[in-house]
Design a protein around this ligand. Sequence first.
Ligand code: ITT
Length: 200
Amino acid sequence: MKELLVATRNAGKIRELKLLLKEYPIAVTSLLDYPDMPEIIEDAETFEGNAAKKAVVIAQHTGRIVMGEDSGLSVEALGGRPGVYSARYAGEKATDQQNNTKLLQELKDVPMSRRKACYHSYIALADPKGVIGVVSGTCHGIIATEPHGTNGFGYDPLFIVPQYHKTFGQLNPSIKAEISHRSWALKKFKLEFGDYLKRL
Ligand code: ITT
């Protein structure tokens, strides 16, 4: 079977990307399948820059076409933080739970009316010559005052989806696959770069 290598070590992302790409007859693999790949320093100031860097570093190392995804949460009352630092919000090796605790702490005096947030996903495709393209998607929500549910990953137990009055932690993964930032980015990706997936 043909293979698409995604330059990520995040198991939650990999699970979602596999579900979102399931109509293609390709095996979606990640850096967890290739432990000897180089470390990628995420030093760009934008999601787009980091997504491109992940894809290019691994494409140049492997000589293959590679997908990179950079994502995060922007909270209005925090001026857009944690943003590109979402994975390391509570520290360099922070767990999802530590990041969620920090977010709740920072928002402890903020009323529901001011807890608007937005997830962003940027997906890049690269070959050894460089970036082929980058697409993005967003998903709007509200940050809960305590965690609910265990589905998803990252900030999902705190991310209330207004149309369902539930967090992504509570909602079925099939619903997240229809409306998430990652799913919107993937929809664009399929329109713009679907041919690359067929020619892998
Ligand atoms: P890779 O760089 O290896 O892909 P990472 O976890 O470091 O893994 P990012 O730098 O893109 O990935 O950080 C994304 C963080 O944003 C992630 O760790 C979560 O904290 C948060 N995040 C992104 N998408 C999310 C989602 O769908 N649900 C919950 N949290 C999400």
